[in-house]
Design a binder for this molecule. Structure first.
Ligand code: ATP
Ligand code: MG
Length: 253
């Protein structure tokens, strides 16, 4: 059985996609068969690993068309152990399409059941909202990782996210486990950033991963070159941090 990890925080720009891209690559690098699912209409994770023409069918079709199977939308990437279900901007329409369907929250879970045994890990990137797409990810997931940006308003909004997590755990997905919080975009040089990390630690305790992801230009650049940080800049701090995050994740599940 695979571990299905949803990366979620309804706050925008906190490093969800960067974490999904590089955690998926870190797991694949360890020869663990990994599926990356992009549930963000912006499609940034998708375009890191796939060319636009490979996304002729996407997560949108999987969610809205009952006839479409996971096999039909899974694409192989250039990394041997990494497959991808891509997204396109059309995914933004999924919410409106699904809202009137009685099983709207279960679409991803039901479709994934058919393929999850092929994978050791499934990593799901979610959009910055707590709507139907993120709920689908949390209903399908076995584990939740929350990236929190090391910034002044870091903890703003995490209550709503944890509330959604508790509700989903109470009913549709009692097995969902809160795997941890990863502090991202951290600037080690500033006292403020260190204070904020301590604050996050106070709230989340041992749930905070030991690995902190530093602010790094390399991490920002790598998706534009269609590469994970491991191939784009293997000796960078970002590569070693995402590598140790991957190891921590494997150790925790
Ligand atoms: P959204 O909520 O819009 O989906 P997100 O939570 O997925 O955003 P990212 O897209 O991963 O966040 O990151 C936001 C921006 O910050 C991007 O331009 C990304 O390249 C950059 N970024 C992410 N992590 C880092 C980092 N550790 N160092 C420098 N830049 C980073
Ligand atoms: Mg994103």
């Amino acid at each position: 059985m695979s571990m299905i990890i949803a990366i979620a925080n309804q706050k925008g720009g906190v490093g969800k996609t960067t974490t999904a891209i590089n955690l998926a690559a870190g797991l694949a690098k360890k020869n663990l068969k990994t599926l990356l699912i992009d549930m963000d209409p912006q499609g940034n994770a998708t375009l890191t690993y796939l060319d636009a023409e490979q996304v002729d069918m996407s997560i949108y079709d999987l969610l809205v068309d009952p006839q479409v199977t996971a096999e039909q939308v899974i694409r192989t990437s250039e990394l041997a152990e990494l497959d991808v279900i891509g997204s396109r901007i059309s995914l933004a329409k999924a919410e409106a399409k699904l809202i009137s369907e009685f099983d709207s929250h279960f679409r991803l879970k039901d479709k994934l059941d058919a393929v999850r045994d092929f994978y050791d890990y499934v990593v799901i990137d979610t959009p910055p909202a707590l709507g139907i797409l993120t709920v689908n990810a949390l209903v399908a997931a076995t584990h939740l990782i929350v990236p929190i940006q090391s910034s002044y308003y870091a903890l703003e909004g995490t209550d709503d996210l944890l509330d959604t997590y508790e509700k989903i755990k109470a009913r549709p997905n009692p097995d969902l486990e809160f795997l941890g919080v990863v502090v991202t975009l951290h600037d080690r040089r500033t006292v403020l950033a260190r204070d904020i990390r301590e604050q996050i630690q106070k709230v989340f305790g041992s749930k905070v991963f030991r690995t902190t992801i530093s602010k790094s230009v390399r991490l920002e650049e790598s998706p534009a070159y269609k590469q994970s940080i491991f191939s784009f800049s293997p000796r960078s701090s970002g590569a070693s941090e995402y590598y140790s995050l991957s190891e921590e994740v494997i150790g925790r599940v």
